[in-house]
Ligand binder design. Structure first.
Ligand code: 5GP
Ligand code: MN
Length: 320
């Protein structure tokens, strides 16, 4: 079984690198820190390879002593574990470690995962990659301590919208219950990752909400964030996690999209759906990926052209 093969590899090797996707979210960061801390308990040399900035709202996560920028890795890992990452491009500057690693272990829950590892454990039923990391840690025989529990809980809460999205299963609640019994403060973590915002982030949210336009009889909501809006509010891309939910939550909307101008003139698109639409199909058609109800891709600008092509694609899959 692949899970036990992975555990065997982790137990038998001493230099382990952990990496996740660029523009890291709570699952990417929490899963990486949890696995890193667990392997450290086993006496392994572990490094969590950073390929992007840590969003400030996740600075409370334990395990930061294990993290270094990709370019400054203190040793060459025997094994590279990629977590929550659907394809090699999403490793960003971490691709150098992908190319150098003897063995790549790919642990993920994205429908669009390209199976880029030597060992691939992709469970699309897992609400978060952290659910799979939890199984790995258990099978390695490591007792969960409060630090590991906080990391796993944060990851799961982030990918389930604090247990509201329909990826939340009995398994999700079971694991969360165990983590709470270890001492995790559920309400505190959910507030930190879902409600707490700086003034700048709140102003950005206001501008983003103001930009929303509905199409297709109200079934599609488009939200646009320009570079100018980012400059004026003093926000970076790491300040935008969760903003798209305000478009998805509009009554009658099936598909919501957030289009953001990047520094290099491209357009980063995030997609969400509510009931039936498979947004990962739309994202895949633009070389992106993700889950049915949450996905993304990047295209060339300008913004209005990106909106037009997206609206055409969405129209084809909306039910009348
Ligand atoms: P978000 O909108 O929160 O950035 O991303 C939603 C989901 O889609 C996440 O699971 C994320 O990993 C995935 N995703 C976002 N952008 C891309 C992309 O460009 N490529 C791929 N493969 N997945 C993406
Ligand atoms: Mn995830």
């Amino acid at each position: 079984m692949i899970l036990s093969d992975i555990v065997k590899h982790l137990m038998q090797n001493d230099n382990i690198g952990i990496i996740s996707h660029v523009t890291p979210d709570g699952d990417a960061l929490g899963s990486s820190a949890a696995l890193g801390l667990a392997l450290e308990r086993l006496g392994k040399r572990v490094v969590v390879l950073r390929n992007d900035r840590l969003p400030s709202k996740y600075s409370f996560l334990p395990g930061s002593h294990l993290a270094v920028d990709c370019e400054k890795a203190p040793f060459k890992p025997d094994i590279l574990v990629a977590l929550d990452c659907g394809d090699v491009e999403r490793l960003g500057s971490g691709v150098m470690h992908y190319e150098a690693a003897g063995t790549v272990i790919n642990i993920d829950h994205h429908l669009s995962n390209t199976m880029f590892g030597n060992l691939n454990l992709v469970d699309t039923n897992a609400a978060a990659t952290a659910e799979i990391v939890y199984q790995v840690i258990k099978l390695m025989g490591i007792a969960l301590d409060l630090d590991i529990a906080i990391c796993l809980f944060t990851a799961i809460a982030a990918d389930t919208g604090c247990f509201r999205y329909d990826n939340t299963s009995i398994v999700t609640h079971g694991i969360a219950g165990e983590l709470i019994s270890i001492g995790v403060k559920s309400s505190e973590i959910c507030r930190r990752i879902y409600s707490l915002r700086t003034l700048e982030q709140t102003k950005m949210l206001g501008r983003a909400i103001d930009s929303i336009k509905l199409y297709h009889g109200g079934k599609t909501a488009i939200m646009k964030i320009t570079k100018k809006m980012m400059q004026e509010t003093g926000c970076g891309q790491e300040d935008l996690e969760g903003v798209i939910e305000f478009a998805r939550d509009i009554e009658g909307v099936e598909i919501a999209a957030l289009l953001r101008e990047t520094d290099d003139g491209e357009i980063k698109v995030g997609l969400r759906s509510n009931e039936y639409a498979d947004t990962s199909e739309i994202a895949a058609s633009f070389n992106g990926g993700g889950h049915r109800k949450a996905s993304g891709y990047t295209v060339g600008g300008p913004m209005d052209a990106a909106v037009e092509t997206l609206l055409d694609r969405i129209e084809k899959i909306l039910r009348v």
